[in-house]
Design a binder for this molecule. Sequence first.
Ligand code: UDP
Length: 314
Amino acid sequence: MARVLITGGAGFIGSHLCERFLAEGDDVICMDNFRTSTPDNIAHLFADRRFTFIQQDVTTYIYVSGPLDAILHFASPASPVDYLEFPIPTLKVGSLGTHKALGLAKEKRARLLLASTSEVYGDPLEHPQSEDYWGNVNPIGPRGVYDEAKRFAEALTMAYHRAHGVETRIVRIFNTHGPRMRLNDGRVVPNFISQALKGEPLTVYGDGSQTRSFCFVSDLVEGIVRLLRSDYRSPVNLGNPIEVSIREFADRIKALTASRSEIAFRPLPVDDPKVRQPDIARARQLLGWEPRVSLEDGLRRTIDYFRPKLAPGR
Ligand code: UDP
């Protein structure tokens, strides 16, 4: 049994992590300021006496009384639309927030797992992306606020490990979907599903030839837990290597929702990566991990989550 702090614990991935650690018998402290998350994601956890919630912005300071065994630092806007709306909080949570989380880990002698991202690879010139690739990021572009904050967070995490001996883990998370994604977060999965269910045109940005690879959240959570328990300190990619073009993805969502929506092409956002696919050889070898949920099964579950939220009268 352990005592675990999850920053961003009310977010999409954070709330699934809270559930997972509670299910394993651990005490969970969830910290969140609800900037891009919602209390709805954790409402069902308050009945568990091993669950504690602290409403706080982790960029200011973090106070937690008592011992801590692990910190999972997941606080951050994570959708391109969100980090365009909140550029400075995005930079602050990746830099100052990571500093606070690492300081707390050092103080409590806790293990810290940093939620990093495939965005550290930017618009990649290597394909698929392995952890040894250093990336192609535009530091001053609109996505730079997220990409550079996470790159800084990785650098700070390694520095705390080297200088202070903090036990650290870094996961680079590729596109993930599942229940508790925000319907209006602007990402392609909630956008296409809500458009398809409402019979509105699916907005494909650019010509739709850009690719992504979508992982279901339960697979991701399993990989994160395995990485936390491993003794591996270098970054590890977690994601589903099955790559689809966004144009093809629109057709898949239409088929799964039996939608007659049309496709509408819209301008491609600045610096939108042209390709993205994780090389997961490291996770396979070190963690014995690979995704188990097929794209279709996962999408069905995500669609089932969104459907009632779009019901008339809501
Ligand atoms: N996208 C799209 N239509 C939308 C939302 C996104 O075509 O309504 C595209 C976007 O340009 C990108 C891909 O889908 O190429 C994935 O976008 P998302 O915002 O989900 O996250 P990203 O992978 O870019 O971080």
